[in-house]
Design a protein around this ligand. Structure first.
Ligand SMILES: [Zn+2]
Length: 158
């Protein structure tokens, strides 16, 4: 077995969730590719440890390592704003096509609905999305879009 295989092995054995060392929030694993793509200045060699993504509002830690000897990356270390951690515009929601929370709220205020999810789905179908290298969570943004729309609906019903 080559070295690369044994690394994969250790990554697979990493726990699925870990507590953020800063906020204590349970955080999910994130792919090394995502960390590499979004951290501005990586150490010369990417640490061979599993990283986790903390999405807690108010916590400055974004990516923390399973191996505590490896560096932890904070908001300022990333090339993008982490929407889940921001309370002021612009709050990015979709990183592939650039939709912000405000874009969704504005359309909803004007038309009473949101077409953003459908527009994103169409782009995803066309193969034009790159969440793994653009979204700090490494995941598709449609869940976040749905959450913003739900909040708009809730505010209107009040
Ligand atoms: Zn945290």
């Amino acid at each position: 077995m080559s070295d690369c295989c044994s690394v994969n092995e250790s990554v697979r054995e990493a726990p699925a969730v870990m507590d953020c060392p800063v906020s204590g929030t349970r955080s999910k694993r994130v792919a090394a590719l995502t960390v590499k793509s979004l951290v501005r200045q990586l150490p010369l060699e990417m640490p061979k440890t599993q990283y986790y993504f903390c999405e807690t509002l108010g916590c400055d830690a974004v990516y923390f390592p399973l191996d505590t000897q490896a560096p932890l990356f904070r908001r300022g270390d990333l090339t993008v704003r982490v929407g889940a951690k921001e309370t002021e515009d612009p709050i990015p929601v979709c990183y592939c096509f650039g939709f912000t929370q405000k874009d969704i709220e504005k359309e909803f205020a004007e038309t009473g609905r949101s077409t953003v999810a459908n527009r994103i789905s169409a782009e995803v179908k066309a193969g034009n999305c790159a969440c793994e290298v653009k979204n700090p969570s490494g995941k598709c943004c449609l869940g976040s879009v749905a959450r913003v729309v739900r909040n708009c609906v809730r505010r209107r019903e009040r």
